[in-house]
Ligand binder design. Sequence first.
Ligand SMILES: Cc1cc2nc3c(=O)[nH]c(=O)nc-3n(C[C@H](O)[C@H](O)[C@H](O)COP(=O)(O)OP(=O)(O)OC[C@H]3O[C@@H](n4cnc5c(N)ncnc54)[C@H](O)[C@@H]3O)c2cc1C
Ligand SMILES: *[C@@H]1O[C@H](CO)[C@@H](O)[C@H](O)[C@H]1NC(C)=O
Ligand SMILES: *[C@@H]1O[C@H](CO)[C@@H](O)[C@H](O)[C@H]1NC(C)=O
Ligand SMILES: *[C@@H]1O[C@H](CO)[C@@H](O)[C@H](O)[C@H]1NC(C)=O
Length: 459
Amino acid sequence: MKANCWSYVWGLLCMPADVLLSTLTGECVHDSFSSGGPKVCVVGSGPAGFYTAQHLIRVLPVMVDIYERLPVPFGLVRFGVAPDHPEVKNVINTFTQTAKHSNCSFYGNVNVGKDVSVEELKQAYHAVILSYGAEGNRSMGVPGEDLAGVYSAKDFVGWYNGLPSCQKLSPDLSCETAVILGQGNVAVDVARILLSPIDILKKTDITQPALAALAESQVRRVLIVGRRGPIQVAYVPRPRKRLTELLLKTALEVPDEKEQERRNKASRMWAFRFFRSPVEILTNPDSSRIAGIRLAVNRLEGSGERARAVLTGEVEDVSCGLVISSIGYKSIPIDPSVPFDSRQAIVPNKMGRVQQATGLYCSGWLKTGPTGVIATTMNNSFDTARSLMEDMESGTVDISAAKPGSQSINSLLKKRGVKPVIFSDWEKIDSVETSRGEARGKPREKLLTVEEMLQVAHK
Ligand SMILES: Cc1cc2nc3c(=O)[nH]c(=O)nc-3n(C[C@H](O)[C@H](O)[C@H](O)COP(=O)(O)OP(=O)(O)OC[C@H]3O[C@@H](n4cnc5c(N)ncnc54)[C@H](O)[C@@H]3O)c2cc1C
Ligand SMILES: *[C@@H]1O[C@H](CO)[C@@H](O)[C@H](O)[C@H]1NC(C)=O
Ligand SMILES: *[C@@H]1O[C@H](CO)[C@@H](O)[C@H](O)[C@H]1NC(C)=O
Ligand SMILES: *[C@@H]1O[C@H](CO)[C@@H](O)[C@H](O)[C@H]1NC(C)=O
């Protein structure tokens, strides 16, 4: 597989990056900039942060600094993308090239909104681009949601992918049946990880504690529950549609005799359950462990993509020991000075320009909401970079006066006792992780705590 390759459909379809890039760039290089050139900073080092930075430094003589909360870069490419889809992570090669460009710097371990404010960044830079993703969860709003044995997919994914804040999750996998609420790509990732043979998983960069827990797992049956029907699942932007079609084909096709026999012998199975909404998590009377879930039976009103699920009044109880709610991610505000639309959970913007805030931009999931694949994020990040370039050219963003950039921010951070992790520090972490992985026949063994990451980075 080529290094330069974006996976569109959770790994089904790839396209070389340069084909896209040549159609998307084409702006001229400006010569009217102040001495030293404009200074721009990006908040967040996921795909949105890196693609926005990449587009800016390829086209303009600007300096771009990327600030990241964690000591390690790449956002959901590291902490979201499933470990058994390594080809998706090839985008890291492109991001690394960007980070090593002489006009780009990476500062990890800097929590914007806490260690430094957006206002301080605006003082130090000509423009600030917010690309900090969607790190909040949506709750189901049903009784029992907080019981042991009920997890959000976000935390479950963070657990098996080594997100430090999720390591204490250690989910109980001693039950036979797991119910996943929601039928998107993430739900399917979680189902696959729960059911994959350990021999496959142990060759991936899944964390060692997750591998150990999955090796002991008793989970045999996974139900993927959705409010509406197969047609509504299938009606989503193309990338998801392809995946879903594939799944539906497997789920709905009447198997021939040989296939039926194979399925009967299978030790593990999964199924979609359509037209069901969660009502309540059920417990055994004598314990706080979950015993099952009560689902409301829905019918559809209207047809096609717009059909609404309406309750029929009927309910159905499903016994299970594990419930994972995969009903979406959600952006959260990180700084009170930044406009935030809490209904849509995005920063309100026009083509990436934050409304009523000159010099402030956004890209990625913070701009669009948590939908789409890495390629979607790339497109919308390039759009934001283009908006900023237009504004610098038109004078809407004033770049005539020199700005201090990272110099002033670094001295603020120093005063506050924050020591950033620069890209060469990350490379130390990377090399420790890959050599620990090598010893186990895995591509990488991730460090699992911020403390250990910092220790290796600042050695
Ligand atoms: C479970 C899961 C699996 C996925 N699998 C695939 C797949 O296989 N293929 C595919 O194409 N797409 C996949 N996607 C979609 C893809 O991950 C997103 O499109 C993309 O990561 C969005 O990029 P982003 O930069 O907006 O957000 P993120 O990737 O979340 O990056 C945001 C970054 O900002 C940082 N940050 C947060 N708060 C702060 C702060 N206060 N200060 C500084 N930094 C901060 C975060 O630490 C993070 O590094 C998946 C998504 C999920 C959730
Ligand atoms: C980096 O930016 C400076 C202006 O700040 C510019 O002169 C230089 O050409 C840029 N370097 C590259 C490699 O693009
Ligand atoms: C997500 O939900 C969990 C459990 O409901 C909660 O502990 C956690 O604080 C939430 N995280 C965010 C970022 O809202
Ligand atoms: C990204 O943009 C290109 C060019 O505009 C387009 O052809 C492609 O379909 C877009 N991809 C996604 C996933 O939105």
